[in-house]
Ligand binder design. Sequence first.
Ligand SMILES: Cc1cc2nc3c(=O)[nH]c(=O)nc-3n(C[C@H](O)[C@H](O)[C@H](O)COP(=O)(O)OP(=O)(O)OC[C@H]3O[C@@H](n4cnc5c(N)ncnc54)[C@H](O)[C@@H]3O)c2cc1C
Ligand code: SF4
Length: 329
Amino acid sequence: MREFAYSRAGDLEEAGRLAEEQGSRFIAGGTNLLDLMKLEVEAPKTLVDVSRLPLTEISPTEDGGLRIGAMVTNADLAADATVRRDYPVLSRALLAGASAQLRNKATTGGNLLQRTRCYYFYETSAPCNKRNPGSGCAALDGFNRIHAILGASDQCIATHPSDMAVAMLALDATVETRLPDGGSRTIALKNFHRLPGQTPEVESNLQPGELITNVVLPPPPKGSHIYRKVRDRASYAFALVSVAAIVAVENGRIASARLAFGGLAHKPWRDRAVEDALIGQEPSQALFEEAADLLLKGATGHGHNDFKIPLARRTMIAVLTEATQEAAQ
Ligand SMILES: Cc1cc2nc3c(=O)[nH]c(=O)nc-3n(C[C@H](O)[C@H](O)[C@H](O)COP(=O)(O)OP(=O)(O)OC[C@H]3O[C@@H](n4cnc5c(N)ncnc54)[C@H](O)[C@@H]3O)c2cc1C
Ligand code: SF4
């Protein structure tokens, strides 16, 4: 591990001021950043500890939604009574992620910005455009079992590893931030993460030194909430494919459908055309198959991960079957 300086921010202003130092990085739970520093994948000059900032509240918004402080831990968020009652898809996604010990440290802000689990990103002797822009991508011709089948580029085929973000995307969450100059802004989660394109090293639309302060959920959507994660082990493993679904059925027809996917792309994936194809229709196997075809029409495997295409199809159909049956009851 390289040497680094450490400062703990006492308030938001101090966090902003410290973040202006060149080569500085925020650290919250440290469960991802510290691992990357130990491997020298990342080598910040200064760590700005934001874990003591007063961003630990989960509070109702005026319109009936929920504001979640960026320092709320994954464990506290999953256990929150309002989240469990009104946003069960989020609670389930959080509990499907990592281990109890990690969830006690991992934070809402840090979870959104955790970095890919691509093996070659962690292997500093391998070419990797994300870690070392312009060096190539070892995964393209390498072992790419966990890699993307949608939205990838010739520069990077990595996936985003967060479970929480998939559920938040289905919930139409927005991210509130504080800019280093003291200003603030709101970014819809669907616009927060980026596809790799020609710059896979740029993973979100945050500016340098911009601090996530809160995530805001709109009022809870009606319907059946499901999070299904397919992985190699029953726990402590990242998603090969995951689906967050919120589906309502009225008078025998699908009244609303929100579907977000993990494990398939460089960012949590949502395709409105797929949802539109479901809305207003009677649930049936044929309809679900058509919707899955639509989702996967542009999917490309890279050899070892070809299996993800039929796996995503089957998982989506199974989730829709379960959600519509549950929602109809
Ligand atoms: C063994 C293992 C298994 C795991 N399994 C899963 C899993 O199945 N599913 C899953 O979703 N996750 C999993 N994780 C990942 C874990 O959820 C993340 O490491 C964690 O959520 C990151 O949060 P953190 O607070 O520790 O972030 P940190 O490590 O502190 O920071 C991560 C990044 O976010 C930035 N950052 C942190 N807070 C802010 C902020 N407020 N504003 C701006 N930038 C910020 C940091 O600068 C850094 O770049 C696993 C991790 C491990 C080690
Ligand atoms: S897939 Fe992306 S993260 Fe993995 S080696 Fe290629 S460029 Fe690096």
